[in-house]
Design a protein around this ligand. Structure first.
Ligand code: HBI
Length: 101
């Protein structure tokens, strides 16, 4: 199913309301880094995010080293030729991730 990229008004309102997510350099994507007490806590977080992603059919690009998890969200289907574009799915998943606590 195609999903459209956010327009400027949506970007100004929705992404600015996100907690701690920044625009990625050179990509139409948002990113946030999470730090945990150790690797097991980080992995547990990733497991919970994985379940959210499967339920949403919307998946993160992420990197983990030890207690740090770096998450980048973009919607590949919204602009496949340019590595993706921000859609409402990214905002929704970012908020759901932040709600994990
Ligand atoms: N995840 N981030 C992201 N972007 C997508 O476009 C996307 C996805 N997960 C699944 C998905 N698209 C499917 O809808 C398509 O692969 C069929």
């Amino acid at each position: 199913m195609t999903v459209r990229k956010l327009n400027q008004e949506e970007r100004d309102t929705w992404t600015s309301a996100l907690d701690g997510w920044d625009m990625a350099d050179g990509r139409d994507a948002i990113e946030k880094t999470f730090e945990f007490g150790d690797f097991v806590e980080a992995w547990g977080f990733m497991s919970r995010v994985a379940i959210l992603a499967e339920k949403a059919d919307h998946h993160p690009e992420w990197f983990n080293v030890y207690n740090r998890v770096e998450i980048t969200l973009t919607t590949h289907d919204a602009d496949p030729d340019n590595g993706g574009a921000l859609s409402k799915r990214d905002v929704e998943l970012a908020n759901a991730i932040d709600a994990l606590g």
